[in-house]
Design a protein around this ligand. Sequence first.
Ligand code: FAD
Length: 456
Amino acid sequence: MDTDNRPERGRGSSGMDRRRALKWLAGGAGAVVLAGAGGGYAYRRSMRISRREANHLRNARFVVAGGSIGGLTVAARLRRSFPGARVTLIEPKKVHHYQPGYTLVAAGVYAREDVLFDQAELLPSGIEWVREAVETFEPERNRVILASGSAVEYDYLVVALGVEADWGSTEGLADALKTPYAGNIYDLDSGQKFRHLVRNFEGGEAVFTFPQGFVKCGGAPQKITWLTEDYLRSAGLRDNCRVHFCSAQASLFPVVPVIERAVTPKIEARGIENHFREVLRAVDVSTRTAIFEKMGEDGSRGEIRRSYDLLHPMPRFRTPRALRESVLTAEGLGGQLEIDRHTLVHKRFPNIFGVGDCAATGAPKTAATIRKQAPVVVENLLDTALGRPPSRAYDGTSGCPLLTRYGRCMMFEFDFEGNLVNEWLYQSTRETRVWWQFKVHGLKRLYRHVMIPGWV
Ligand SMILES: Cc1cc2nc3c(=O)[nH]c(=O)nc-3n(C[C@H](O)[C@H](O)[C@H](O)COP(=O)(O)OP(=O)(O)OC[C@H]3O[C@@H](n4cnc5c(N)ncnc54)[C@H](O)[C@@H]3O)c2cc1C
Protein backbone atom coordinates (compact mmCIF):
# COMPACT_ATOMS: atom_id res chain seq x y z
CA MET A 1 0.00 0.00 0.00
CA ASP A 2 1.15 3.50 -0.75
CA THR A 3 1.39 5.03 2.67
CA ASP A 4 1.94 8.50 1.32
CA ASN A 5 -1.10 10.29 2.64
CA ARG A 6 -4.63 10.37 1.34
CA PRO A 7 -5.94 7.01 0.17
CA GLU A 8 -8.28 6.01 -2.63
CA ARG A 9 -10.92 8.54 -3.68
CA GLY A 10 -10.15 12.22 -3.40
CA ARG A 11 -6.40 11.87 -3.58
CA GLY A 12 -4.52 15.17 -3.59
CA SER A 13 -2.53 16.26 -6.65
CA SER A 14 0.82 17.08 -5.05
CA GLY A 15 3.73 15.94 -7.25
CA MET A 16 5.76 12.81 -6.62
CA ASP A 17 9.02 14.73 -6.47
CA ARG A 18 7.82 16.83 -3.61
CA ARG A 19 6.54 13.77 -1.83
CA ARG A 20 9.85 12.02 -2.30
CA ALA A 21 11.60 15.07 -0.94
CA LEU A 22 9.35 15.05 2.10
CA LYS A 23 9.99 11.36 2.70
CA TRP A 24 13.65 12.11 2.44
CA LEU A 25 13.30 14.96 4.91
CA ALA A 26 11.32 12.76 7.27
CA GLY A 27 14.05 10.16 6.92
CA GLY A 28 16.57 12.87 7.71
CA ALA A 29 14.64 13.80 10.82
CA GLY A 30 14.64 10.10 11.68
CA ALA A 31 18.38 9.95 11.17
CA VAL A 32 18.85 12.88 13.54
CA VAL A 33 16.72 11.16 16.14
CA LEU A 34 18.56 7.88 15.61
CA ALA A 35 21.91 9.61 15.85
CA GLY A 36 20.74 11.21 19.08
CA ALA A 37 19.62 7.83 20.29
CA GLY A 38 23.01 6.37 19.40
CA GLY A 39 24.74 9.14 21.30
CA GLY A 40 22.43 8.51 24.22
CA TYR A 41 23.31 4.84 24.09
CA ALA A 42 27.02 5.56 24.06
CA TYR A 43 26.49 7.75 27.09
CA ARG A 44 24.42 5.14 28.85
CA ARG A 45 26.94 2.38 28.19
CA SER A 46 29.09 4.26 30.64
CA MET A 47 26.14 4.02 33.04
CA ARG A 48 26.33 0.25 33.06
CA ILE A 49 26.73 -1.10 36.54
CA SER A 50 30.21 -2.18 37.58
CA ARG A 51 31.39 -5.77 37.75
CA ARG A 52 31.28 -5.67 41.56
CA GLU A 53 27.71 -4.38 41.51
CA ALA A 54 26.72 -6.98 38.93
CA ASN A 55 28.18 -9.66 41.16
CA HIS A 56 26.11 -8.34 44.03
CA LEU A 57 22.94 -8.63 41.92
CA ARG A 58 23.79 -11.98 40.40
CA ASN A 59 20.95 -13.79 42.13
CA ALA A 60 18.36 -11.00 42.04
CA ARG A 61 15.10 -11.93 40.30
CA PHE A 62 13.58 -9.19 38.14
CA VAL A 63 10.02 -9.75 36.95
CA VAL A 64 8.19 -7.58 34.43
CA ALA A 65 4.40 -8.02 34.32
CA GLY A 66 3.04 -7.04 30.89
CA GLY A 67 5.09 -7.34 27.72
CA SER A 68 3.89 -4.63 25.38
CA ILE A 69 5.97 -1.54 24.66
CA GLY A 70 6.38 -0.59 28.35
CA GLY A 71 7.40 -4.04 29.55
CA LEU A 72 9.56 -4.83 26.52
CA THR A 73 11.60 -1.65 26.57
CA VAL A 74 12.20 -1.88 30.33
CA ALA A 75 13.23 -5.55 30.09
CA ALA A 76 15.58 -4.83 27.19
CA ARG A 77 17.11 -1.84 28.93
CA LEU A 78 17.61 -3.75 32.11
CA ARG A 79 19.58 -6.39 30.20
CA ARG A 80 21.68 -3.67 28.56
CA SER A 81 22.54 -2.03 31.85
CA PHE A 82 23.19 -5.36 33.48
CA PRO A 83 23.73 -8.12 30.88
CA GLY A 84 23.60 -10.91 33.45
CA ALA A 85 20.24 -9.82 34.89
CA ARG A 86 17.74 -12.63 35.49
CA VAL A 87 14.63 -11.14 33.89
CA THR A 88 11.24 -12.84 33.55
CA LEU A 89 8.56 -11.26 31.36
CA ILE A 90 4.94 -12.26 31.92
CA GLU A 91 2.82 -11.64 28.83
CA PRO A 92 0.04 -13.86 27.45
CA LYS A 93 -0.19 -12.42 23.90
CA LYS A 94 1.82 -13.92 21.05
CA VAL A 95 1.18 -11.03 18.69
CA HIS A 96 2.35 -7.52 19.51
CA HIS A 97 0.18 -4.63 18.31
CA TYR A 98 1.76 -1.34 17.32
CA GLN A 99 -1.22 0.61 18.65
CA PRO A 100 0.00 4.09 17.64
CA GLY A 101 -0.59 2.86 14.07
CA TYR A 102 -4.26 2.01 14.66
CA THR A 103 -5.39 5.51 13.69
CA LEU A 104 -3.55 5.20 10.39
CA VAL A 105 -5.15 1.82 9.71
CA ALA A 106 -8.58 3.34 10.19
CA ALA A 107 -7.56 6.29 8.03
CA GLY A 108 -6.56 3.97 5.18
CA VAL A 109 -2.86 4.86 5.34
CA TYR A 110 -1.55 1.63 6.93
CA ALA A 111 -2.62 -1.91 6.19
CA ARG A 112 -3.53 -4.19 9.09
CA GLU A 113 -0.27 -6.13 8.84
CA ASP A 114 1.70 -2.90 9.23
CA VAL A 115 0.83 -2.83 12.93
CA LEU A 116 1.35 -6.47 13.90
CA PHE A 117 4.60 -8.04 15.10
CA ASP A 118 5.46 -11.51 16.27
CA GLN A 119 6.01 -11.12 20.01
CA ALA A 120 8.74 -13.77 20.06
CA GLU A 121 10.86 -11.69 17.68
CA LEU A 122 10.67 -8.65 19.95
CA LEU A 123 11.91 -10.30 23.11
CA PRO A 124 15.32 -9.21 24.32
CA SER A 125 17.78 -12.08 24.32
CA GLY A 126 18.39 -13.87 27.57
CA ILE A 127 15.05 -13.23 29.21
CA GLU A 128 12.51 -15.81 30.23
CA TRP A 129 9.05 -15.36 28.69
CA VAL A 130 6.11 -16.69 30.70
CA ARG A 131 3.18 -16.83 28.25
CA GLU A 132 0.45 -16.39 30.81
CA ALA A 133 -1.53 -13.67 32.50
CA VAL A 134 -1.03 -12.50 36.06
CA GLU A 135 -4.10 -13.41 38.07
CA THR A 136 -3.19 -11.71 41.36
CA PHE A 137 -0.38 -9.71 42.89
CA GLU A 138 0.88 -10.71 46.35
CA PRO A 139 3.36 -7.95 47.16
CA GLU A 140 3.66 -8.93 50.83
CA ARG A 141 5.06 -12.27 49.68
CA ASN A 142 7.00 -10.85 46.71
CA ARG A 143 5.21 -13.00 44.20
CA VAL A 144 2.55 -12.98 41.53
CA ILE A 145 0.07 -15.76 40.93
CA LEU A 146 -0.55 -16.73 37.31
CA ALA A 147 -3.83 -17.74 35.68
CA SER A 148 -2.68 -21.38 35.86
CA GLY A 149 -2.29 -21.05 39.63
CA SER A 150 1.50 -21.23 39.69
CA ALA A 151 3.52 -18.55 41.47
CA VAL A 152 6.38 -16.42 40.13
CA GLU A 153 8.58 -15.01 42.86
CA TYR A 154 10.60 -11.83 42.49
CA ASP A 155 12.93 -9.49 44.28
CA TYR A 156 11.97 -6.56 42.05
CA LEU A 157 8.79 -6.18 40.03
CA VAL A 158 7.90 -3.81 37.20
CA VAL A 159 4.18 -3.48 36.47
CA ALA A 160 3.38 -2.63 32.83
CA LEU A 161 -0.16 -3.91 32.32
CA GLY A 162 -1.48 -0.96 30.32
CA VAL A 163 -5.15 0.01 30.19
CA GLU A 164 -8.02 -1.49 28.21
CA ALA A 165 -11.15 -0.10 26.59
CA ASP A 166 -14.19 -0.93 28.70
CA TRP A 167 -16.63 -1.59 25.87
CA GLY A 168 -19.45 -2.24 28.34
CA SER A 169 -19.00 1.09 30.10
CA THR A 170 -21.71 2.87 28.11
CA GLU A 171 -25.17 1.46 27.49
CA GLY A 172 -25.66 0.39 23.87
CA LEU A 173 -22.09 1.21 22.79
CA ALA A 174 -21.00 -2.38 22.18
CA ASP A 175 -24.24 -3.06 20.29
CA ALA A 176 -23.76 0.03 18.16
CA LEU A 177 -20.32 -1.20 17.11
CA LYS A 178 -21.94 -4.32 15.67
CA THR A 179 -24.11 -2.26 13.30
CA PRO A 180 -23.05 -0.92 9.89
CA TYR A 181 -23.01 2.67 11.21
CA ALA A 182 -20.31 2.62 13.87
CA GLY A 183 -16.68 1.68 14.31
CA ASN A 184 -13.84 2.47 16.66
CA ILE A 185 -10.09 2.85 16.19
CA TYR A 186 -9.27 1.43 19.64
CA ASP A 187 -9.95 -2.05 18.29
CA LEU A 188 -8.05 -3.09 15.19
CA ASP A 189 -10.94 -4.93 13.53
CA SER A 190 -13.39 -2.19 14.34
CA GLY A 191 -10.95 0.44 13.08
CA GLN A 192 -10.70 -1.39 9.76
CA LYS A 193 -14.46 -1.47 9.62
CA PHE A 194 -14.60 2.26 10.33
CA ARG A 195 -12.34 2.89 7.36
CA HIS A 196 -14.85 1.09 5.10
CA LEU A 197 -17.77 2.95 6.64
CA VAL A 198 -16.11 6.26 5.83
CA ARG A 199 -15.28 5.16 2.29
CA ASN A 200 -18.96 4.23 1.74
CA PHE A 201 -20.48 7.17 3.62
CA GLU A 202 -22.79 9.18 1.43
CA GLY A 203 -23.55 12.05 3.77
CA GLY A 204 -25.51 12.85 6.90
CA GLU A 205 -24.54 13.27 10.55
CA ALA A 206 -21.07 12.04 11.58
CA VAL A 207 -20.71 11.95 15.36
CA PHE A 208 -17.43 11.45 17.21
CA THR A 209 -17.16 11.33 21.01
CA PHE A 210 -14.52 11.71 23.74
CA PRO A 211 -15.06 10.01 27.13
CA GLN A 212 -14.64 10.89 30.79
CA GLY A 213 -11.74 9.55 32.86
CA PHE A 214 -8.28 8.58 31.73
CA VAL A 215 -7.90 7.88 28.03
CA LYS A 216 -5.29 5.90 26.14
CA CYS A 217 -3.69 8.43 23.76
CA GLY A 218 -6.01 11.33 24.42
CA GLY A 219 -5.23 12.80 20.99
CA ALA A 220 -6.48 9.84 18.95
CA PRO A 221 -10.25 10.60 19.11
CA GLN A 222 -9.53 14.09 17.73
CA LYS A 223 -7.17 12.76 15.06
CA ILE A 224 -9.73 10.34 13.62
CA THR A 225 -12.37 13.09 13.63
CA TRP A 226 -10.15 15.48 11.74
CA LEU A 227 -8.84 12.91 9.25
CA THR A 228 -12.38 11.73 8.52
CA GLU A 229 -13.55 15.29 7.93
CA ASP A 230 -10.62 15.89 5.61
CA TYR A 231 -11.36 12.69 3.73
CA LEU A 232 -15.04 13.59 3.30
CA ARG A 233 -14.05 17.03 2.03
CA SER A 234 -11.69 15.63 -0.57
CA ALA A 235 -14.34 13.10 -1.59
CA GLY A 236 -16.69 15.99 -2.36
CA LEU A 237 -19.10 15.05 0.42
CA ARG A 238 -18.47 17.83 2.88
CA ASP A 239 -21.54 19.84 1.90
CA ASN A 240 -23.71 16.77 2.45
CA CYS A 241 -22.64 16.11 6.00
CA ARG A 242 -22.13 17.60 9.43
CA VAL A 243 -19.20 16.51 11.57
CA HIS A 244 -19.69 16.68 15.34
CA PHE A 245 -16.98 16.20 17.96
CA CYS A 246 -18.76 15.71 21.30
CA SER A 247 -16.33 15.73 24.20
CA ALA A 248 -16.67 15.22 27.93
CA GLN A 249 -13.80 17.69 28.28
CA ALA A 250 -14.23 21.46 28.60
CA SER A 251 -12.26 22.25 25.43
CA LEU A 252 -10.56 20.69 22.43
CA PHE A 253 -7.07 19.88 23.70
CA PRO A 254 -6.87 21.05 27.31
CA VAL A 255 -3.66 19.19 28.23
CA VAL A 256 -1.51 21.59 26.19
CA PRO A 257 -3.03 25.09 26.12
CA VAL A 258 -0.58 26.45 23.51
CA ILE A 259 -1.52 23.70 21.07
CA GLU A 260 -5.18 24.14 21.84
CA ARG A 261 -4.96 27.84 21.01
CA ALA A 262 -3.19 27.03 17.74
CA VAL A 263 -5.39 24.18 16.60
CA THR A 264 -8.89 25.27 17.65
CA PRO A 265 -9.34 28.04 15.05
CA LYS A 266 -8.04 25.73 12.31
CA ILE A 267 -10.60 23.07 13.24
CA GLU A 268 -13.45 25.53 13.60
CA ALA A 269 -12.62 27.04 10.21
CA ARG A 270 -13.26 23.62 8.70
CA GLY A 271 -16.79 23.66 10.05
CA ILE A 272 -16.30 20.80 12.50
CA GLU A 273 -18.87 21.34 15.25
CA ASN A 274 -17.26 20.98 18.66
CA HIS A 275 -19.57 20.32 21.62
CA PHE A 276 -17.94 20.33 25.04
CA ARG A 277 -18.98 18.95 28.44
CA GLU A 278 -21.08 16.31 26.69
CA VAL A 279 -20.75 12.82 28.15
CA LEU A 280 -21.97 9.91 26.04
CA ARG A 281 -24.39 8.02 28.30
CA ALA A 282 -26.09 5.65 25.86
CA VAL A 283 -26.51 4.72 22.23
CA ASP A 284 -29.99 3.80 21.02
CA VAL A 285 -29.25 1.52 18.12
CA SER A 286 -32.88 1.20 16.99
CA THR A 287 -33.23 4.93 16.28
CA ARG A 288 -29.52 5.59 15.65
CA THR A 289 -29.33 8.14 18.43
CA ALA A 290 -26.38 9.01 20.65
CA ILE A 291 -27.58 10.24 24.03
CA PHE A 292 -25.37 12.66 25.96
CA GLU A 293 -25.47 14.23 29.38
CA LYS A 294 -24.62 17.91 29.16
CA MET A 295 -22.57 18.97 32.19
CA GLY A 296 -23.19 22.67 32.61
CA GLU A 297 -20.40 24.84 34.02
CA ASP A 298 -22.85 25.92 36.72
CA GLY A 299 -23.42 22.30 37.76
CA SER A 300 -26.63 21.93 35.76
CA ARG A 301 -27.38 18.69 33.94
CA GLY A 302 -29.33 18.14 30.75
CA GLU A 303 -29.85 15.58 28.03
CA ILE A 304 -28.85 16.01 24.40
CA ARG A 305 -29.81 13.51 21.70
CA ARG A 306 -27.97 13.41 18.41
CA SER A 307 -29.00 11.19 15.55
CA TYR A 308 -26.15 9.76 13.54
CA ASP A 309 -25.38 8.16 10.19
CA LEU A 310 -21.77 7.50 11.14
CA LEU A 311 -20.65 7.07 14.75
CA HIS A 312 -17.26 6.83 16.41
CA PRO A 313 -18.25 6.28 20.06
CA MET A 314 -15.52 6.23 22.70
CA PRO A 315 -15.71 3.83 25.64
CA ARG A 316 -14.21 4.58 29.03
CA PHE A 317 -10.90 2.97 29.94
CA ARG A 318 -9.85 0.82 32.88
CA THR A 319 -6.79 -1.09 34.03
CA PRO A 320 -6.78 -4.91 33.75
CA ARG A 321 -8.64 -6.69 36.53
CA ALA A 322 -5.47 -8.19 38.03
CA LEU A 323 -4.30 -4.67 38.81
CA ARG A 324 -7.49 -2.77 39.54
CA GLU A 325 -8.62 -5.38 42.08
CA SER A 326 -5.21 -5.67 43.72
CA VAL A 327 -3.60 -3.95 46.70
CA LEU A 328 -1.25 -2.18 44.28
CA THR A 329 -3.85 0.46 43.51
CA ALA A 330 -5.39 2.93 45.95
CA GLU A 331 -8.59 4.86 46.51
CA GLY A 332 -9.20 7.60 43.95
CA LEU A 333 -6.83 6.19 41.31
CA GLY A 334 -9.48 4.40 39.27
CA GLY A 335 -7.56 1.14 39.48
CA GLN A 336 -4.22 2.55 38.32
CA LEU A 337 -0.93 1.60 39.94
CA GLU A 338 -0.17 3.77 42.95
CA ILE A 339 3.19 5.28 42.21
CA ASP A 340 5.45 8.26 42.83
CA ARG A 341 5.08 10.23 39.60
CA HIS A 342 8.77 11.20 39.56
CA THR A 343 10.70 8.15 40.79
CA LEU A 344 8.10 5.70 39.36
CA VAL A 345 8.50 3.63 42.55
CA HIS A 346 5.38 2.25 44.23
CA LYS A 347 4.38 4.37 47.20
CA ARG A 348 4.03 1.45 49.62
CA PHE A 349 6.15 -1.32 48.13
CA PRO A 350 9.65 0.00 47.39
CA ASN A 351 10.64 -3.03 45.30
CA ILE A 352 7.77 -2.43 42.85
CA PHE A 353 8.01 -0.02 39.89
CA GLY A 354 5.57 1.05 37.22
CA VAL A 355 5.78 2.15 33.62
CA GLY A 356 3.33 3.17 30.93
CA ASP A 357 -0.41 3.46 30.77
CA CYS A 358 -1.28 1.55 33.95
CA ALA A 359 0.72 3.89 36.21
CA ALA A 360 -1.02 6.77 37.98
CA THR A 361 1.51 9.46 37.09
CA GLY A 362 -0.94 11.91 35.55
CA ALA A 363 1.13 11.84 32.35
CA PRO A 364 -0.59 11.08 29.03
CA LYS A 365 -1.02 7.40 28.29
CA THR A 366 1.18 7.17 25.22
CA ALA A 367 4.22 5.33 23.93
CA ALA A 368 5.95 8.72 23.85
CA THR A 369 5.53 8.86 27.63
CA ILE A 370 7.07 5.40 27.99
CA ARG A 371 10.12 6.48 25.99
CA LYS A 372 10.85 8.99 28.73
CA GLN A 373 9.83 6.80 31.68
CA ALA A 374 11.75 3.62 30.84
CA PRO A 375 15.27 4.96 31.54
CA VAL A 376 14.06 6.33 34.88
CA VAL A 377 12.50 3.02 35.90
CA VAL A 378 15.59 1.00 35.05
CA GLU A 379 18.05 3.28 36.77
CA ASN A 380 15.93 3.63 39.89
CA LEU A 381 15.35 -0.11 39.93
CA LEU A 382 19.10 -0.77 39.84
CA ASP A 383 19.71 1.93 42.45
CA THR A 384 17.19 0.26 44.75
CA ALA A 385 18.62 -3.18 44.13
CA LEU A 386 22.09 -1.84 45.01
CA GLY A 387 20.81 -0.27 48.22
CA ARG A 388 20.92 3.35 47.01
CA PRO A 389 18.03 5.82 46.94
CA PRO A 390 16.44 6.26 43.49
CA SER A 391 18.56 8.80 41.63
CA ARG A 392 16.50 9.72 38.57
CA ALA A 393 13.22 11.59 38.22
CA TYR A 394 10.67 11.47 35.43
CA ASP A 395 9.83 15.07 34.56
CA GLY A 396 6.46 14.37 32.95
CA THR A 397 7.61 14.80 29.37
CA SER A 398 5.42 13.23 26.75
CA GLY A 399 4.74 13.83 23.08
CA CYS A 400 2.05 13.76 20.46
CA PRO A 401 1.89 13.67 16.68
CA LEU A 402 -1.43 15.46 16.14
CA LEU A 403 -2.66 14.47 12.68
CA THR A 404 -4.82 17.41 11.72
CA ARG A 405 -5.49 16.33 8.12
CA TYR A 406 -4.02 13.99 5.49
CA GLY A 407 -0.46 15.07 4.92
CA ARG A 408 -0.32 17.45 7.90
CA CYS A 409 0.78 16.96 11.49
CA MET A 410 1.58 19.11 14.51
CA MET A 411 4.38 17.44 16.47
CA PHE A 412 5.11 18.45 20.03
CA GLU A 413 6.47 17.40 23.38
CA PHE A 414 5.18 18.77 26.67
CA ASP A 415 5.68 18.46 30.41
CA PHE A 416 3.42 17.79 33.41
CA GLU A 417 2.21 21.41 33.34
CA GLY A 418 1.37 21.31 29.63
CA ASN A 419 4.32 23.54 28.66
CA LEU A 420 5.92 22.80 25.30
CA VAL A 421 9.36 21.15 25.33
CA ASN A 422 11.90 21.43 22.47
CA GLU A 423 9.61 23.73 20.53
CA TRP A 424 12.55 24.96 18.46
CA LEU A 425 12.89 21.46 17.02
CA TYR A 426 9.26 20.64 16.42
CA GLN A 427 7.90 24.06 15.42
CA SER A 428 5.05 22.67 17.45
CA THR A 429 2.21 25.02 16.58
CA ARG A 430 2.59 24.51 12.82
CA GLU A 431 0.88 21.81 10.76
CA THR A 432 3.69 20.44 8.62
CA ARG A 433 4.16 17.79 5.96
CA VAL A 434 7.51 16.72 7.35
CA TRP A 435 6.03 15.61 10.67
CA TRP A 436 3.26 13.78 8.85
CA GLN A 437 5.86 11.86 6.89
CA PHE A 438 7.81 11.24 10.07
CA LYS A 439 4.69 9.90 11.82
CA VAL A 440 3.88 7.61 8.87
CA HIS A 441 7.39 6.45 7.95
CA GLY A 442 9.68 7.23 10.89
CA LEU A 443 7.92 6.67 14.20
CA LYS A 444 7.10 3.02 13.65
CA ARG A 445 10.75 2.29 12.88
CA LEU A 446 11.79 4.21 15.96
CA TYR A 447 9.33 2.19 18.03
CA ARG A 448 10.39 -1.17 16.58
CA HIS A 449 14.13 -0.73 16.22
CA VAL A 450 15.06 1.81 18.86
CA MET A 451 12.49 1.70 21.66
CA ILE A 452 11.69 -2.00 21.88
CA PRO A 453 15.37 -3.04 21.99
CA GLY A 454 15.84 -0.52 24.79
CA TRP A 455 18.21 1.92 23.07
CA VAL A 456 16.21 4.92 24.35
C1 FAD B 1 -5.86 4.20 18.68
C2 FAD B 1 -4.56 4.47 19.42
C3 FAD B 1 -3.73 5.47 18.98
C4 FAD B 1 -2.55 5.74 19.66
N1 FAD B 1 -1.71 6.72 19.18
C5 FAD B 1 -0.53 6.95 19.81
C6 FAD B 1 0.40 7.88 19.28
O1 FAD B 1 0.18 8.49 18.23
N2 FAD B 1 1.57 8.10 19.95
C7 FAD B 1 1.85 7.42 21.11
O2 FAD B 1 2.93 7.63 21.67
N3 FAD B 1 0.99 6.53 21.64
C8 FAD B 1 -0.19 6.26 21.02
N4 FAD B 1 -1.05 5.33 21.52
C9 FAD B 1 -0.85 4.84 22.90
C10 FAD B 1 0.13 3.69 23.03
O3 FAD B 1 -0.18 2.65 22.13
C11 FAD B 1 0.06 3.18 24.47
O4 FAD B 1 0.34 4.26 25.33
C12 FAD B 1 1.06 2.08 24.72
O5 FAD B 1 0.75 0.95 23.93
C13 FAD B 1 1.03 1.69 26.19
O6 FAD B 1 1.94 0.68 26.41
P1 FAD B 1 1.87 -0.19 27.75
O7 FAD B 1 2.98 -1.18 27.63
O8 FAD B 1 1.82 0.69 28.93
O9 FAD B 1 0.45 -0.89 27.70
P2 FAD B 1 -0.22 -1.80 26.55
O10 FAD B 1 0.36 -1.51 25.22
O11 FAD B 1 -1.68 -1.63 26.72
O12 FAD B 1 0.19 -3.25 26.97
C14 FAD B 1 -0.15 -3.86 28.16
C15 FAD B 1 0.29 -5.31 28.07
O13 FAD B 1 -0.02 -5.96 29.30
C16 FAD B 1 -0.56 -7.22 29.01
N5 FAD B 1 -1.42 -7.61 30.11
C17 FAD B 1 -2.64 -7.14 30.45
N6 FAD B 1 -3.11 -7.78 31.52
C18 FAD B 1 -2.17 -8.66 31.86
C19 FAD B 1 -2.07 -9.61 32.91
N7 FAD B 1 -3.04 -9.78 33.80
N8 FAD B 1 -0.94 -10.36 33.00
C20 FAD B 1 0.08 -10.18 32.10
N9 FAD B 1 0.03 -9.32 31.11
C21 FAD B 1 -1.08 -8.57 30.98
C22 FAD B 1 -1.33 -7.04 27.72
O14 FAD B 1 -1.49 -8.28 27.03
C23 FAD B 1 -0.46 -6.06 26.97
O15 FAD B 1 0.47 -6.70 26.12
C24 FAD B 1 -2.23 5.01 20.82
C25 FAD B 1 -3.06 3.95 21.25
C26 FAD B 1 -4.21 3.68 20.54
C27 FAD B 1 -5.08 2.53 20.98
